[in-house]
Design a protein around this ligand. Structure first.
Ligand code: UD1
Length: 431
């Protein structure tokens, strides 16, 4: 089984380039099948979730030409099946975007209920509420969502919870509906704006993405487009926390600093230095860092996808920090693993009380999910001694070349798939 072996203690130093945003790419790839013309998508991250999504797209009959690692051309004219195959799609949660895309284009969709990271109960009632408001009949049969509409008509939709997935999904379904749809209490994450910009580049008429109210005027059809995906805010934030936790000095390139403000603010409160450039941020980790509190909230609040990584950084700060998780109830599964490395975190309900420690010590730990896995790698890089991080398949779902990017910053990390290789690494990195 593949795992990372890490020798901690080296401050990370240098430059790292951030890949395209996975969560934007998932929405954009689904939306791409809505046109019958060629759509060229650039700055695609080369990660497992994206590759599964591309397999699913070709499985339904669309043409998928991978031009290079980060560029793909998709043509949805040849789609022969509005029923997405189980095997591929159950592996990723964002498969639900096919409901909005196929319903919007063909007025029919059959998609298995989503899998993905197990970070709490993740209902899709708001998605379904939106599709129904647009005139679709939606039912769940043998584990699949089946949506059908004679005709899609614009509607005024008010979401009861702020949901990234429901906002993107309903926006896609409304793009070719008759009339003007208004989505209220919409999510405002950068990838919502990116998906809306992409749909507009194909001829859609969407206004207000990035605010609470999105207006979608239905158009007859969508044409081809060329589009580059925004940088990944969460990958960037992960490297920012890594720089702080290892007391390093890292320039994180190809980012939109505005998207990182919530993370920057917290690192500054802790006493770190953060310099902002046009398309880069530099994080210089302070030797002594202070506690602070975080509470996850929809954008522009502190992202839930950065909660575990920040909790690791806070573990190495002086004093007691409160980490409140208000989006997903099951997102503290990394705490038990961190305590094996000497972490001192107590979870009470949706609050983790993080007591600062001097240092982590190396241990063998296992990733419970994607972002928690990244957090454990940060802890291992800051720890004294060797660690192994198992179940790295989760990490590879969302981070491109994670170990290589870290190694280029001087982190001592190696992907190994046998005990023999692990031994070799230990012998090579003596001390
Ligand atoms: C997306 C991201 C995920 C991130 C999350 C929150 C993708 C592929 N994934 O997930 O990485 O952690 O946003 O920023 O972009 N909810 C409902 N009913 C619904 C939908 C959601 O009650 O129909 C609730 C959820 O249980 C959760 C909250 O709304 O408590 C937010 O979920 P949502 O924004 O939908 O997350 P995802 O789109 O699944």
């Amino acid at each position: 089984m593949e795992q990372y072996i890490i020798k901690g203690g080296a401050p990370l130093k240098g430059e790292v380039t951030i890949s395209g945003a996975k969560n934007a790419a998932l929405g954009i790839l689904a939306a791409a099948v809505m046109s019958d013309d060629d759509v060229l998508i650039e700055n695609l991250p080369d990660v497992k979730d994206i590759n599964v999504m591309l397999e699913a797209i070709s499985e339904i009959g669309a043409r998928v030409d991978r031009i290079d690692r980060h560029t793909v051309r998709i043509n949805g004219r040849t789609i022969s099946d509005i029923s997405v195959d189980d095997e591929f799609i159950r592996r990723i949660r964002a498969s639900y975007y096919f409901i909005g895309a196929l319903l919007g284009k063909y007025r029919h969709a059959r998609v298995p209920l989503p899998g993905g990271c197990n970070i709490g109960s993740r209902p899709i009632d708001q998605h379904i509420k939106g599709f129904k408001a647009l005139g679709a009949e939606v039912r769940i049969e043998s584990g699949s969502v089946i949506a059908d509409a004679e005709q899609l008509r614009a509607a005024h939709i008010y979401f009861d919870v702020v949901s990234v997935g429901a906002t993107i999904n309903v926006m896609m379904a409304a793009v070719m509906a008759e009339g003007q749809t208004i989505i209220e209490n919409a999510a405002k994450e950068p990838h919502i704006v990116d998906v809306a910009n992409f749909l507009n580049s194909m001829g859609a008429n969407i206004k207000g993405a990035g605010t609470d109210t999105i207006r979608v005027k239905g158009v007859e059809k969508l044409h081809g487009s060329e589009y580059a995906i925004i940088p990944d805010q969460i990958e960037a934030g992960t490297f920012m926390c890594m720089a702080a936790a290892t007391r390093g000095d890292v320039v994180i390139k190809n980012v939109i600093p505005k998207h990182l403000e919530a993370i920057t603010a917290k690192l500054l409160e802790m006493g770190n230095e953060v310099e902002e450039y046009d398309e880069a941020v530099r994080v210089i980790g302070a030797a002594r860092q202070r506690h602070t509190d975080i509470k996850t909230l929809p954008y522009p609040g502190f992202p839930t996808d950065m909660q575990p990584q920040m909790a690791v950084a806070l573990s190495l700060a002086e004093g007691t920090s409160m980490v409140t998780e208000s989006i997903f109830e099951n997102r503290f599964k990394y705490v038990d693993e961190l305590s094996r490395m000497g972490g001192n975190i107590k979870v009470e309900g949706n609050v983790a009380v993080v007591d600062g420690i001097e240092h982590f010590s190396g241990a063998s730990v296992s990733s419970p999910d994607l972002r928690a896995g990244a957090a454990l790698v940060i802890a291992a890089l800051a720890a004294e001694g060797y660690s192994t991080v198992e179940e790295i398949g989760y990490i590879q779902r969302g981070y491109e070349n994670f170990d290589e990017k870290i190694a280029a910053l001087g982190g001592q990390i190696r992907l190994v798939d046998s005990e023999q290789e692990a031994k070799k690494f230990r012998l090579r990195v003596v001390g």
